[in-house]
Each structure stands twice: as structure tokens, then as C-alpha cells.
Write a protein that binds this ligand. Sequence first.
Ligand SMILES: NC(=O)c1ccc[n+]([C@@H]2O[C@H](COP(=O)([O-])OP(=O)(O)OC[C@H]3O[C@@H](n4cnc5c(N)ncnc54)[C@H](O)[C@@H]3O)[C@@H](O)[C@H]2O)c1
Length: 315
Amino acid sequence: MIKNRKILITGGAGFIGSNMAESLYRNNDVTLLDNLSGGNLENISSFSDKVKFINGDIRNKDTFEKIREDFDLVIHLAANSDVRAGSTDTKSDMEINVLGTHNLLEFMRKRDVKHLMFSSTSTVYGEADVIPTPENYGPCLTISLYGASKLANEGFIWSYYHYYGIRPTIYRFANIVGRNSTHGVIHDFIIKLKKDPRELEILGDGRQEKSYMHIDDCVGAMLHIYEKDTKGDVVNLGNDERTSVTRIAEIVRDAMKLNDVRFHYTGGIDGRGWAGDIKIAQLSIEKMKQYGWKNRYNSEESVVKATDEIVRQMK
Ligand SMILES: NC(=O)c1ccc[n+]([C@@H]2O[C@H](COP(=O)([O-])OP(=O)(O)OC[C@H]3O[C@@H](n4cnc5c(N)ncnc54)[C@H](O)[C@@H]3O)[C@@H](O)[C@H]2O)c1
């Protein structure tokens, strides 16, 4: 268990950040940094008096220059996390993810912070032709600016390790789902069905299949692997199975107790939901298992549990 550490969590008011903060604040000195562009103070309201909160933007060097506290560990989660946006907004992934992460790394270098956990993504693999995709797959030909920005982040982070000894544990997440999330397929379906409980528009052909991981497993796996990793590593986090978009639509329909819902498929681009969407994504989680982590929920169970949590939160 991570104890008595001084920890900075960027993106700490967001989905994964707030859940991570909740599991760490009791035994550690935790500071959250977030500009609340996607995150929400409501996510941390039950323990906000037990953590420090900095309202700041990682794009500004000033944000870091004003920080006086020392840290042993940074958990870097702040990012433009909207994968879809890149096809129309070509700046955010560069400015927030690439330049923002560089500002953070400079802060860590100057202030001698030696440990980093970083949230990368399955989208760094692009359209992999090896499925389940292992960590050593290459070349990584990304098909979204988001994926490209995270791949660039990994390169910078690994190079800072070699120059300055900032040891990273890099996690490439599948789709993480659960309470406090603000976007993604489960959210989209709930919002659409609230508007029209008789018809659900499904982007693409519904046969897109991805592996989903519940937030409790994600946070648990991150902390478990960080403690075992002694030399810096890149580790996929996900599940062994995939869940299709149509199956998710059925799970959401059932959780909302709706009977007569007509599914309307847009067809999308070659069945994809949007430009940059990956049709079939599944990561090899052998390394995660070798670290001794076992998920509590499989892909479908993760979707079912997350849907219940999100439906309850959106009431
Ligand atoms: N949720 C997933 O399925 C998933 C999958 C792969 C990778 N990730 C990565 O995990 C991390 C957390 O994702 P999440 O799902 O919790 O998303 P999120 O949007 O809920 O969290 C990101 C947080 O970063 C904050 N933020 C954004 N821009 C900022 C800026 N310029 N300065 C300071 N704070 C800023 C937002 O306000 C938000 O609270 C992200 O880096 C994301 O790319 C998430």
C-alpha cells in the first residue's frame, strides 16, 4: 500500500483522478491540480477537506512556478481526453497533452521529483494488426491526434528518465468506465435515451468491439503495479474480452428499464463511430498479470457496473 507519500495528481478532479485521489488521501499527503475544464469539484466533495486543490492550467508554466510544496510522486492524468475532438480541433492535443506534459516534466526535473505514473492509451497502437496487442507492438502508427500526443508524451517521459532519472510507470489504458466519468459510449447512450426513450442513434455499425475495465480495477492495478515496478515500465491495462457497441446499448437500455427501443445505426465510416475511432481494440494484459494483478470485473461486468453507477449519478 502506498503510504506517507507526498503526491501530486494532475487532472485530480476528473474521472480517473478523483477516484485515484479517493483511494490515496487517507494514507498520503495529496494535492490535486486541475483547471476544471472537464473535471468537477463535485467529484471530490466527499474528501475535499482532506486534500489540497490547485486550480491551474498545465499549459501555463506559471502554474508550476507557483507551487511551493515538494512531492515524491506525480500521477499525471490531466489531458484533453476527448479523442473525437482532434478531427476538428487540431490544437488541443498538442497544447494540453504535449506542451502541458513538457511543462510538468520540467517542473519535476527542477524540483527533483523522481517518480511518475502516466496515463497513456490503447490509441497509441493505431490500428494494430496484432490483437490482443502487446506492449512491444510496433510501429505505432496512430490514427488520431490524441493517440499521437500520448505517444509523444511517452517518448518525452522515457527520455527524461534517461537524462534525469525520473522513473515512470506508463499505463496504456483500454476504455475505463465507472462513476464520475463524463463522456464515452455509456454516457452518450444514457443522454440520448433520456431525450428519446424510443430510438437510440448508434454511431457506426454497432460491431465495434473494445475491452472495458472498471475504474476500481484501473486504480487498483495502477497502484499495485507501481509498487512492484522497480525499473520503469510500460504496461497495458484492460480485460481479456471485448464488448460490442450494440451489447453496450442493450446494457444501457436494460439499466434504464426501457423495453421498446429501436436501435438506429449511422453506419459511420467503414463501420467506425467517427474519424479516428478504432474498430477493434483489445490489449494483451499478460504483463499486467505477470505483475500479479487480477481484475475483479471482466469487460461486460465492468460495463454493467459502470452503467448502474452512471445512471444513478445522472438521476
Ligand atoms: N477514461 C479512459 O477510458 C481513458 C483511456 C485512456 C487514457 N485515458 C487518460 O487518462 C487520463 C484521465 O482521463 P479521464 O477519463 O479521467 O478524463 P477526464 O477528462 O475526466 O480527466 C482529465 C482531467 O484533466 C483536467 N484538465 C484538462 N485540461 C487541463 C489543463 N490544461 N490543465 C489542468 N487540468 C486539465 C480536466 O479538467 C479533467 O479533470 C487522461 O490523460 C486520459 O487521456 C483515459
